[in-house]
Write a new protein. Sequence first.
Length: 418
Amino acid sequence: MLCRLPLFPDRIRLLAEPSLPSTPPALRDAMSTLRMRKITLLTVPLLLFCALMTASARDAVAHAATTITENGCDHIRDRFPSLARQGKRKVVCVAPVTQPPARSVLSSTSAADDPPPLPAWCIDPPDDQSKSAWKTRRFAACLINYASVSVYDTTTRALLGRTMINYMHFIGMFNDSLELTDVFAIVRFYSEGELVPDDALSFRLAVSCSYGCTAGDFGPPITLPENSTRYLTPSAPHLVNVPIDGIRTVNTTYELQLTHPGGDTEMINVFPPEKGPYPSPDIRCDRILSGAGCVIPSFIPTLDGLSAYPAVRAHIMSAQASGLPGAPGTTPLHRLADAAKVKKNRDTACPDSLPRPPGLTCDEYPMARTWEGAWTSGGAYSTAWVPDTQNSGAGGKFGALVTRDRLLDRDAFWVDPS
């Protein structure tokens, strides 16, 4: 019944319905619960695992008669004679599941009234969860995957047992911290043969950081009973060392180490990437903007929320409709940090020689603070007369995006005026 207890209901509500006005949308979406470092890092893993276990148990009942079919491990039988000569009586092989269930077992709630424990972007299609593909936002990365674990006898080549595992990673970061938070959960189900007993498997997640990053520890190996609610690794913090006024791009690398009782068993991992650990997305941390913080630079943020500036919105919509870049899903704009170049962009599109109607200012698109601006691009641009308050207000929104999403020079972003 632990999974039905409303632990820290205020933090749980924040995860389902982000409502922090001072943080960027991407940060609110993925990280609003993680913001409370101490309390929340206890709450989020519990929610993740409660949802994982409830759905797994339900699926296991619904598919009790299901047999796990042949998979990517079966080609290793050719290696059995050699392994047998080395004294390896058994082989444990981990391989991808090419046709996993339609949705992750992590996608359901642990109780009827509880919110989803993972943001929708992490769980929902269309991403192919069978290919170890990370889903990303500006401040988070999520990986949900299935794998089969098979045990073979190296002498008879017989399949002795098989089980399926569903595991997830959630890496969170902050726009005001150099600490990364890593959560890992795993469950096994559909067990057969030798892998039915609770002590038939144990696992350990080994983690390392690239240069400039100090990795936390997920802890020692643990047994992995089927459909257990107990086995979730502790949240592992990783710290990135960034020089003053500098940038550092890092990634963390993981190796899922499953073991079978006895010292005569060989472990083979054919899960992609082939026969090796798998890396996180690149994470960039900087001390260039205010304070220090980290983002996933490959995720392109969007400047939106311009409803209070109808004249600016209308101009942007018209400019994008004419073929100028920046609309979501098209060619993005790129932030320009050089103040001298920004001034040349503004002077080109809106020179002082243009007479200003009373109360109106010249609005240029693409904006002067982008590399697509009138002077730096040398290409097409658009101008319009808009109320001064709207122009400055929309400019402030862009400035807030730069600060909160840590947009450095040449970082891409989209503009959504709708």
